[in-house]
Design a protein around this ligand. Structure first.
Ligand code: DGL
Length: 265
């Protein structure tokens, strides 16, 4: 099991921001990444559909000798984490992106935070529930920002169009008064700088990629599952296009090769 890989999945390539942080923190681990590009975006799919996708992908990762599962997608963490955790053997760590972030927010000392994410993540109210279960006094302002993931996936960031869209999402009394913003979608680290620049005052931006990598390290240590001698990485998608591969490199910041795997038939 020590030699097994860390299986990481997302609806597409946004989860590569998490994979990159795991790679940096745990260079000796083997990684298998699965982007469910055939079903992208998850943000507007039903809970039932996302549970079905998440359970099948987790099974496939285990069939490919993974020793731990990382749900590198907020929408899948919100809708499918419980079902995946319940189905898999308790000895297999399952790490979602929301729990470690809720803990950081609760400990931040901030009185109000904004959470931005897909319609699925925001509609589930999982962030609000988890933050409030740890610290009920924090005022949590949530906002669905459905255009952002697709905008980023298309390569639209750090330009006039992305600034206009981000600005319009951050407008409004409630959002303007928050002291921090949680990037509740694994695509958003790519627009972290723009968000920082577009907010009038200096605010804290919570980016889950590093926090999740630390949670993975902790879970592997606790299960005595750390690999002393690996370091391979493989990237699979359920639907391949050349443009996914190009965007994937922006997210992972390294040249990568995406292989298509049809795990649904
Ligand atoms: N990266 C996914 C997340 O963190 C969102 C993208 C999608 O809608 O598929 O929620």
């Amino acid at each position: 099991m020590k030699k097994g890989a860390i299986g990481i999945f997302d609806s597409g390539i946004g989860g590569l921001t998490v994979a990159r942080s795991i790679r940096k923190l745990l260079p000796k681990e083997d990684l298998i990444y699965f982007g469910d590009t055939a079903h992208l975006p998850y943000g507007d799919k039903s809970k039932t559909a996302i549970q079905r996708f998440g359970l099948r992908i987790s099974d496939w990762l285990l069939e490919n000798d993974c020793k731990a599962i990382v749900i590198a997608c907020n929408t899948a963490s919100a809708h499918a984490y419980r079902a995946i955790r319940k189905k898999l053997d308790p000895s297999i760590p399952v790490i979602n992106v929301i729990d470690p972030m809720a803990e950081i927010v609760a400990k931040s000392g901030l009185k109000s935070v904004g959470v931005i994410g897909t319609k699925g993540t925001i509609g589930s109210r999982v962030y609000v529930r988890k933050i409030h279960s740890l610290k009920s006094e924090i005022d949590v302002v949530s906002k669905a920002t459905p255009l952002l993931a697709q905008m980023i996936e298309e390569g639209y960031f750090n330009n006039q169009i992305s600034r206009t869209i981000i600005k319009s999402y951050l407008e409004g009394k409630a959002m303007e008064k928050v002291e921090g913003i949680v990037l509740g979608c694994t695509h958003y680290p790519l627009i972290k700088q723009e968000i920082q620049e577009l907010t009038e005052k200096e605010i804290k931006i919570f980016d889950s990629s590093e926090v999740v990598a630390l949670a993975v390290q902790k879970a592997l240590k606790e299960g005595s599952l750390l690999n002393p001698s690996g370091g391979s990485q493989k990237f699979y998608v359920s639907d391949y296009t050349h443009s996914f591969e190009q965007s994937a490199e922006i997210f992972f910041r390294e040249e990568i090769h995406l292989e298509k795997r049809d795990i649904w038939s």
